[in-house]
Design a binder for this molecule. Sequence first.
Ligand code: SF4
Length: 424
Amino acid sequence: MKKPELLAPAGDFEKLRTAIHYGADAVYLGGSQFSLRGKAGNFNETELREAVAYARSRGARPFVTVNIFPHNRDLTALEGHIELLAEVVPDGVIVSDPGVFTLVRSRAPHLKLHISTQANITNVAAARFWEDAGASRLILSRELGIDEIREIRAATSLELEVFVHGSICISYSGRCYISSFLASRSANTGECTNSCRWTYSLMEEKRPGQYLPVFEDARGTYLMSSKDLCMIEHLPLLADAGVDSFKIEGRMKGINYVAGVVKTYREAIDALEGKMSYNVKARWARELSMFSSRGYTTGMFFGRQPDADFNSDGEGYRMSHELVGVVMGLREGKATVQMRNRLDVGDSVQYLSPGLEDRSFAVDALWDEAGEEIVSARNEQTVYMRAPEGVRSSDLVRRAKSCREGELLMEHEKPTAERIPAEE
Ligand code: SF4
């Protein structure tokens, strides 16, 4: 069994660097105009060139999304964008629309084309269609079960990619106008506001302002809010079904999420080693439970899920760990940290570094860039602090937030802070 690729979201340059640092084999990113996830930050022409070059220089494969459904008015600009991609030559261009597919094939035949999940490939005939048309990879519909994936695997030699982690639509993978109707931002052009997850009430036309109670449970009703996908327990099954690439959703999410999820799936994929099953480490579940989610589901992979297992209760799980800063360098036992939050001497932090995951460290001193000792660091400041052995440049510094009882999927261990011995 070939080790599947770990494919991570790169909503901006920092997320791209973070994903690669924590072990992504490949990253997907969008140009500023033609990518679903119009609000993800995205890359202008210069940044796109730099991003592709950066990923390559680190041994990762860059894929570029051009997966909107363009209108006629978009086509001239789109052709210019294809010329840019023809020059930059990412390892794959992700498209949904047959027109975009045809344009890329004719203007840049040397580019590999990946068919987006938005194209909704759900059957063997569709897979063969795209193979005959010249695609390289199919990003299968999220609505498929593992048995159907096996059948498609048997019918095509194209690479197969599936989403294994992250948010999912309550509609048919992005084919939805809720956001367009309610917020004038269309999911089909990359601007979804996740309107399906808002809280809804019932109001009778003649009684404006009076909200009639509709109860799914004591907190209200969240009929359209799906749980988030998490397949960490079932990667061996997907690999055995012939999936070549495991994709993580989340170009809109922050580096804290990218780092923790990529690191966890990296470890899980490395543990596969051709096995049909593996022990899910408690640490993986702990790490994945640290991020805001609506609870986790295995989606459609095992057939239709009972509603209770698919619908979130809307409240979800809030992030239990917040980003404190990013390690920019290390020297003589001290880390240079670019702050992303306030930090005080005496606070307890954790490093997302191999071997240090479950340990906390008390901050016993802080120095500013001039070398002056300070008692508190603010967001965006660069500071020096003592760091334990094992911390690497580009690692994240985090800290636990206080959270509600029962908020996490799994009870966190609450390590007591260790004090790093002061320098002699
Ligand atoms: S509103 Fe919800 S279901 Fe519709 S595209 Fe956005 S996330 Fe998907």
